[in-house]
Design a protein around this ligand. Structure first.
Ligand code: AMP
Length: 208
């Protein structure tokens, strides 16, 4: 089963996606995480991607769709996947329908101010574990509870880039939800302004 997680930045797609993927035994595939992996290789493509992402802009639909499709062909994705952060604009939606079709879309709804507040306090571990100064602080400041690695803040979690990313979400990404519904895909909305546990209760009930 292919499940898409949609919602504005800061809604908790990564956090809820981690749990959902674990519950289902599927890999969590984050579009942004795949791009950050490419950046980490310091390839020529990675250098270009970093400049686009730090500005809060979207990378081209062909690039992200190709990278994602390659990931979906890995053996661990055969039974099902949870995808976070794709599609984000009409061209990606068109390419998606040509290549793969999700069964369910879970939309995590959140207002912009809460999103900005949450992302400004977000800390990541190199393995992808996510913390937040207000809602999910690590036991020791700056250190991952799970693997002891040093936490860092994403270079695109600046207020300017966050506002730009939210603007793109509302203009380009949110309208895709209604379009997917017209294609018969199951769409489920969850109020993501609540605690991680409360949101998880609703998200996990959708796949039980
Ligand atoms: P995220 O980790 O989902 O917040 O994504 C971080 C950044 O990666 C975005 O601001 C974009 O620059 C880029 N990105 C992630 N997913 C996509 C996508 N589906 N299409 C284009 N760019 C993307």
């Amino acid at each position: 089963m292919m499940i898409l997680l949609m919602g504005p930045q800061g809604a908790g797609k990564g956090t809820q996606g981690e749990r959902l993927a674990e519950q289902l035994g599927y890999p969590l595939i984050g579009a942004g995480a795949l791009l950050r992996d490419e950046i980490a290789t310091a390839s020529e493509l990675g250098v270009r991607l970093r400049a686009i992402m730090d500005a809060g802009e979207l990378v081209s639909p062909d690039i992200i769709t190709d990278i994602l499709q390659r990931r979906l062909q890995q053996p661990d994705a055969a039974a099902g996947v949870v995808i976070d952060g794709y599609p984000r604009d009409p061209e990606q939606l068109r390419l998606m329908f040509e290549r793969f079709v999700p069964e369910m879309v879970i939309v995590l709804d959140l207002d912009d101010q809460t999103a900005v507040d949450r992302l400004g306090g977000r800390w990541m571990c190199p393995q992808g574990h996510i913390y937040n100064e207000q809602t999910r602080p690590p036991q020791t400041t700056g250190v991952c509870d799970e693997d002891g690695e040093a936490l860092f803040q994403r270079s695109d979690d600046t207020e300017t880039a966050i506002r730009k990313r939210l603007q793109i979400y509302h203009a380009d990404t949110a309208p895709l939800i209604a379009e997917m519904q017209t294609h018969g895909i199951q769409i489920e909305h969850v109020d993501a302004s609540r605690s991680i546990e409360d949101v998880w209760e609703d998200v996990s009930a959708l796949v039980r």
